[in-house]
Write a protein that binds this ligand. Structure first.
Ligand SMILES: Nc1ncnc2c1ncn2[C@@H]1O[C@H](COP(=O)(O)OP(=O)(O)OP(=O)(O)O)[C@@H](O)[C@H]1O
Ligand SMILES: [Mg+2]
Length: 242
């Protein structure tokens, strides 16, 4: 029997038959602006606030100041959690952008360095939840499919051995492939796809495409982001299907 970890998204644990499989790596895929980063932060904030599970957020695509500011619009004060050592934010953005990092924890776009910093922080704050935003950026820094497969698999295996549940965020081009390199979804034990429909005043949907070892629903369901939090509606139809 697989142990579960709550997703923190209202309604999603029901779809997942109890939550994400614990100590596994899950891919969260979606196009630009679909809500991937917010989904990841919600998973971490829920862990800290309600499950006594510290977390680590790794940002390769945005400055941490932007991430902290955007999180405030959902009522999440990340800085306060960081100050209590319940959340660690790793800056993988500044170096990539050629800027000097103002942050406490910084890394280059490199798997071994990422693992090294993660291992150190997991030990120091007791993190059980990790979000890597994004695996697309990390994979872009690797040469060739063989290296990409090897490194992503290594990342997933090490996180699992460290008893962390990891969300890897994947950039998806509108309705086309789930991941940039077409291999990330095979390296992960689960895949959740978030979609954003421009019609119907921009409604979002979510679908669990795969979750090894879990009897999950395959339905594409409405996904709502609001200042009150994130929620999916397992029994409702996505707009347009009604
Ligand atoms: N307080 C809020 N309530 C509801 N929706 C919001 C709020 N703040 C931002 N949003 C929506 O969230 C979107 C951004 O979400 P997020 O950054 O998580 O997406 P993403 O998939 O990570 O995007 P990217 O691919 O650019 O990284 C905004 O474009 C906006 O539509
Ligand atoms: Mg994002």
């Amino acid at each position: 029997m697989i142990e579960k970890i709550s997703s923190g998204i209202t309604g999603l644990d029901e779809i997942l038959d109890g939550g994400f499989p614990k100590e596994r790596t899950i891919l969260i895929a979606g196009p630009a602006g679909s809500g991937k980063s917010t989904f990841g932060l919600s998973f971490l904030v829920h862990g800290v606030m309600h499950e006594d599970e510290p977390g680590i957020y790794v940002s390769f695509d945005e400055s941490l100041d932007n991430v902290r500011n955007d999180a405030l619009s959902f009522g999440w004060d990340l800085k306060a959690l960081e100050d209590q050592n319940l959340l660690a934010m790793i800056d993988g953005f500044s170096e990539r952008a050629g800027l000097k990092s103002p942050e406490k924890y910084t890394i280059e776009l490199e798997v071994d360095e990422l693992l090294h910093e993660l291992i150190r922080l997991i030990d120091s704050i007791g993190a059980e939840r990790v979000v890597i935003d994004s695996i697309t950026a990390l994979a872009l820094g690797l040469e060739g499919e063989r290296q990409r497969r090897k490194q992503i698999l290594k990342l997933s295996a090490v996180m699992s051995a460290l008893t962390c549940t990891t969300l890897m965020i994947s950039e998806m081009r509108e309705d086309k492939e789930i991941s940039r390199f077409g291999i990330e979804e095979f390296m992960a034990q689960g895949v959740v796809v978030i979609k954003y429909k421009m019609a119907h005043s921009g409604s979002r949907s979510l679908q669990v495409r795969k979750m090894r070892g879990v009897k999950h629903s395959m339905r594409e369901v409405p996904f709502i982001m609001s200042p009150e939090g994130l929620a999916v509606y397992p029994d409702e139809d996505i707009y347009g299907d009604v």
